[in-house]
Design a protein around this ligand. Structure first.
Ligand code: GAF
Length: 391
């Protein structure tokens, strides 16, 4: 069976109850920011390429209030590996600068507080989330964007643009979590639109809504429940290899390169760097082609491009893992499945599968029967980006 996704209102209620218990009184501000699934265009954002994510009904919620103490006090209801689950830090002033410290979960919040373009005085807040942690569905970005949205409501400061908001959240992740991520996750969590996926040009930061509301198809997200993390060396190494390939090809980024440019420089690149570049260049092309065929409702071609993307991530980019490969393998053998791929940074987390609507339960049954681990299933429609909620 597909997992039941908690209603936003029930997350808010749970956070409100905890707020009253911990801080007293009732929170007057509530915000939410979604996780995302990337449908195609993986490891292309930091190559100035295209990505095609949608916002999920899985969200991070923050409720809270201003306080008069100059201290920011935050409690999380999520059972994080790193403790404590409640932190306090001084609101930044010219004399107190924030720096990352333990516990790690609080750094995503501190980073956004540090770079927020308004004056943050003290606040009390409770955070909760339905985005699975380490599931490759952007729990980190949803926490950053929820924090920014909370601070907007707290201080009545609006960003000059939603792009600026996404960029501040990305900077928080770079500087406070030490992950040199691209812009995709913060962008979609900020700008997602119900009923639409978003084709994002990660060079110009222009985006195009692509309606995704055909009742004959479904996108099924399958969590391998293998925890992934971007904080190791693999992600930065991939980024560096792409940069190295672009430099050798005489390009600003791999967005400007073609596969024949790559072939012409093959001798000057190590086999590994050549493969990384082949993934990035072909994936940027695949993403544009995929959106073209999706607009024509050619799900067969779209699905093939999804599966090609997975194979490229597996063989050339080497960011998949046996569990994700097994899930894709099972899915692509199921009747009614158009295509399937890993989604997000890789090394664990989720797959995304495009399947004809009437075959969803067969896909779930086949996966449960054959997958070596314990999978979780989400059948999702595209949702709105971050919002202030009415209490
Ligand atoms: C992670 C990063 F945060 C994104 O910026 C993106 O690079 C993705 O991995 C891979 O496509 O989610």
């Amino acid at each position: 069976m597909a997992a039941k996704i908690p209603e936003v209102t029930s997350l808010v209620r749970e956070a409100q109850t905890a707020f009253t218990k911990t801080f007293g009184g009732a929170a007057t501000i509530a915000v939410s920011a979604p996780g995302r699934v990337n449908i195609i265009g993986e490891h292309t954002d930091y190559n100035d390429g295209f990505v095609f994510p949608m916002a999920l009904p899985l969200v991070t919620v923050i409720v809270g209030n201003k306080n008069e103490s100059g201290i920011c006090r935050v409690q999380t209801l999520t059972d994080m590996a790193d403790r404590p689950l409640q932190v306090e830090f001084e609101a930044p002033t010219s004399t107190s600068q924030l720096t990352p410290s333990s516990p790690a979960w609080a750094n995503y919040i501190k980073g956004v507080v540090a770079y927020f373009p308004g004056i943050v005085s003290g606040f009390d807040a409770v955070v909760t989330t339905s985005v699975p942690l380490g599931g490759g569905l952007s729990s980190s970005a949803s926490l950053e964007v929820a924090t920014y949205t909370f601070l907007e409501a707290l201080t009545a400061t609006k960003p000059t643009s939603l792009k600026e908001k996404a960029l501040v959240c990305q900077k928080a992740e770079h500087k406070f979590a030490n992950v040199p991520c691209g812009i995709m996750d913060q962008f979609i969590s900020t700008m997602g639109k119900k009923g639409n996926a978003l084709l994002i040009d990660c060079r110009s930061l222009e985006s195009t809504l692509v309606p995704l509301c055909d009742p004959s198809i479904a996108l099924v997200i399958i969590n391998s429940n293998v925890r992934h993390s971007l904080s190791g060396t693999e992600y930065p190494t991939r980024r560096r290899q792409c940069h190295q390939a672009a430099t050798t090809l005489g390009k600003n980024s791999l967005r400007d390169a073609t596969l024949s440019d790559l072939e012409n420089h093959k001798e000057s690149l190590s086999e590994e760097v050549y493969q990384r570049a082949r993934h990035a260049i072909s994936e940027i092309q695949r993403t544009q082609e995929a959106v073209d065929v999706l607009r024509k409702k050619d799900y067969v071609k779209f699905g093939k491009l999804m599966t090609d993307s997975h194979n490229s991530l597996r063989m050339d980019y080497e960011v998949s893992c046996p569990e994700l490969d097994q899930l894709v393998d099972i899915a692509t053998k199921c009747p009614g499945v158009y295509g399937s791929r890993m989604t997000g940074g890789g090394f664990g987390g989720c797959t995304v599968t495009l399947v004809s609507c009437e075959c969803v339960s067969d896909l779930i049954a086949h996966t449960n029967a054959s997958y070596k681990g314990q999978a979780t299933f989400y059948v999702c429609q595209p949702e709105e980006g971050a919002q202030v909620l009415t209490l």
